[in-house]
Design a binder for this molecule. Structure first.
Ligand code: ADP
Ligand code: MG
Length: 647
């Protein structure tokens, strides 16, 4: 039974209730009074929805003011039932689903009791009907059934009939009167026609009590606080399932938002938007070969690259420069892919596995497009890299040749005297690599490709051996540096220039590309970061809006006994369901998405790494969405979200 002691409640300095004291027991109790007299305020205090007031309110000796939110959850699930003017049902759920709502917090749902209640209330035939298609009177009976499912000691009803016509209002009152035979029923109404002379009446006028019931039946209810009041994971998923089924549109929008935002973030983090301008350089490599990244360091040359005698326009001058020590400096540089000596050898004959081969003479300097097997020589032993075209004539695979000994014979020019003197050389070396020796040359604006079949590359010790045999004493050997990236190439060139060395290479072409790359990377970089941020904002906005649109729903859960921890678990199971769906959807539609991301951002998502990153990003966004929804849940104030009374 209830005991109200000197309760006052003020709103903005005005008394909604002024020093009210009374007791209320079993049976049907009416709280009546004109609109604004404080009836709803009193109900909120009695039910614990309003805990900020002066005075004391007790239910069976327990202070309602001091109920914790967990205790309130337990009370709303087991002790207090609420009947509202506008029913507060989940409109998209079926009658049965609504009636079973408080039961999700119990270990097993008592379907049989639900069926009995629906039959008693004459709505059994409507069990699987969506609530939104019912009439007001039917809805109120569903609400009553839901509250009776709690088997509560007290039913609190605020204007339960004011939205109903006269006939259904009477039926509803008859039901409540029937319930009051066993339980405490408190009904707020201003319709005095519904009151019979057996009922107890609490009459309020402008916040003051002007009549209280004469006699009250005092009973002491058994007030146990059962800790097993919890939402099991199984029930949370069951509730999620009916929510997804009934609110499929909402579910689809949130799931799609997660997926789309995940993909947009993926294009951001892939950095592959920058990679699409990287594609420009790859195109150039297709045309000019890997040798585009070569820096040739030579001891002397004729300026303006005038080796072909093209010296009319630019003054011809022989440049000599000291390149001593530079090979050793760059051989281990981290910007360098590899280095190679450009020693030309004429009339090459080689012997492998006892068989001699004559190598086609090309008259070009040794050329390497790329290494296709093994490594470049490291310098310590007599090592050699042979052209792939030669391996083809042997009829074995590149790998099979590696590690074999080769006898190398040829002739080398000695220019020490200023005149070329041809010297025969020979050595034995180990084959450590095979190179594609295609050269790309520009002739009258067109790039032509040809294979330089006599391109052999030696280790430093092998080369020293050869030059020793040719009695070359002059100047260090010319060599080439293959830079790892275009940017590395430019950086090495600049460094050489600073040291007074003029290297040879297609620097202008590469510099243009590097500049273009930098620009587009910066621009698309900003754009892609913006896209990433916007997609996160989109997820937050959608889940915040959905969350706040669900305030009424969350409030209905709360008055059914769910507290924040239960709702957080429900949020979690909903989010897990959405995340898994979004991930599956992304994986299934990835070939299609790939077309879009390729077209829009030049991003290929069809790699394991990209898809895994996509999965991870969707999961991360789901965490953001989880907390966004959690804010809406915590911010849901039951009494504000649910319209109470006739206000
Ligand atoms: P009743 O249910 O009898 O119509 P209420 O309890 O709703 O009356 O309201 C009593 C008085 O308190 C009214 O004057 C109303 O304007 C005021 N009131 C009620 N709730 C609030 C509130 N949340 N904020 C400010 N004033 C309120
Ligand atoms: Mg009211």
């Amino acid at each position: 039974m209830f005991e109200i002691k000197n309760v006052s409640k003020q709103y903005n300095g005005e008394f909604a209730l002024n020093d009210i004291s009374f007791k209320m027991g079993k049976g049907l109790n009416f709280i009546i009074g004109a609109s604004g007299s404080g009836k709803t305020t009193l109900l909120k205090i009695i039910s614990g929805m309003e805990q900020d007031f002066d005075g004391e309110a007790y239910y069976c000796g327990k202070s309602i003011k001091e109920l914790t939110s967990n205790e309130k959850g337990y009370y709303y699930n087991n002790i207090f039932g609420f009947i509202w003017q506008d029913f507060n049902l989940l409109e998209d759920l079926s009658v049965l689903e609504n009636v079973l709502l408080p039961q999700y917090l119990k270990n097993n749902q008592n379907q049989k009791y639900a069926a009995t209640l629906l039959t008693d209330l004459k709505i059994f035939d409507l069990a699987h009907q969506k609530v939104k298609y019912l009439s007001g009177g039917q809805k109120q009976r569903v609400a009553i059934a839901r509250e009776l499912m709690k088997n509560p000691q007290v039913i609190i009803a605020d204007e339960p009939t004011s939205a109903l016509d006269e006939k259904t209002a009477k039926t509803t009152m008859d039901i409540l009167r029937d319930i009051s035979k066993k339980r405490t029923v408190i009904v707020v109404t201003h319709d005095t026609n519904l009151i019979d002379n057996q009922s107890k009446i609490i009459h309020l006028d402008k916040g003051e009590l002007i009549a209280t019931p004469q006699e009250i039946v005092t009973t002491t209810e058994n007030l146990k606080y059962d800790k097993s009041h919890r939402l099991s994971i199984k029930n949370a998923f069951a509730l999620t399932k009916s929510n997804v089924r009934r609110k499929f549109g909402r579910f689809s929008v949130s799931t799609l938002a997660l997926m789309v935002a995940g993909i947009l973030c993926l294009t951001t983090v892939s950095g592959a938007i920058g990679g699409s301008s990287q594609g420009e350089f790859d195109k150039l490599i297709d045309t000019y070969g890997e040798g585009l990244k070569d820096i040739t360091v030579v001891g002397s040359f004729t300026s303006a690259k005038g080796t072909e005698g093209n010296t009319e326009e630019k003054p011809s001058a022989d440049v000599t420069q000291d390149i001593g020590g530079l090979y050793d400096k760059y051989v281990g540089d981290e910007r360098v892919d590899f280095t190679a000596f450009s020693q030309a050898v004429d009339d090459i004959k080689v012997t492998v596995s006892g068989k001699e081969y004559q190598i086609q003479k090309t008259g070009s300097v040794p050329t390497i497009n790329k290494l296709v097997a093994g490594n470049m020589p490291t310098g310590k032993n007599n090592e050699i890299v042979v052209p792939e075209s030669f391996v083809k004539t042997l009829g074995i695979s590149n790998e099979q040749l590696i590690g074999k000994e080769i006898d190398f014979n040829g002739s080398v020019y000695n220019w020490d005297t200023g005149e070329p003197v041809l010297k025969d050389v020979s050595l034995t070396a180990t084959i450590v690599g095979v190179a594609d020796t295609t050269a790309y040359d520009e002739v009258e604006g067109k790039v032509i490709e040809y294979s330089v079949d006599d391109s052999f590359f030696f280790s430093k010790s092998a080369l020293d051996d050869l030059r020793g045999q040719a009695e070359i004493k002059n100047k260090p050997m010319d060599f080439l540096i293959r830079a790892k990236t275009p940017a590395d190439m430019i950086s090495i060139k600049d460094e050489l220039n600073e040291n007074g060395i003029v290297p040879l290479g297609r620097f202008e072409l590469v510099e243009d590309i590097v500049r273009l790359n930098k620009q587009t990377t910066e621009q698309s970089g900003t754009a892609s970061v913006l896209i990433g941020i916007l997609s996160i904002v989109m997820v937050i906005a959608i889940f915040l809006i959905t969350g706040f649109m669900r305030k009424r729903e969350f409030a209905i859960y709360k008055v059914s006994g769910f507290h924040n921890a239960h709702l957080s678990l429900l949020n979690l199971t909903e989010m897990i369901t959405q995340t898994i769906t979004a991930i599956l959807l992304m994986l299934v539609t990835s070939p299609l998405i790939d077309l879009a991301t390729k077209g829009l951002f030049g991003v290929n998502i069809l790699t394991t790494k990209m898809l895994l990153t996509g999965v991870l990003l969707i999961a991360l966004l789901a965490i953001v969405a989880y907390f966004t929804t959690a804010i809406a849940i915590i911010k849901t104030n039951t009494t504000k979200a649910l319209k109470t009374g006739d206000r």
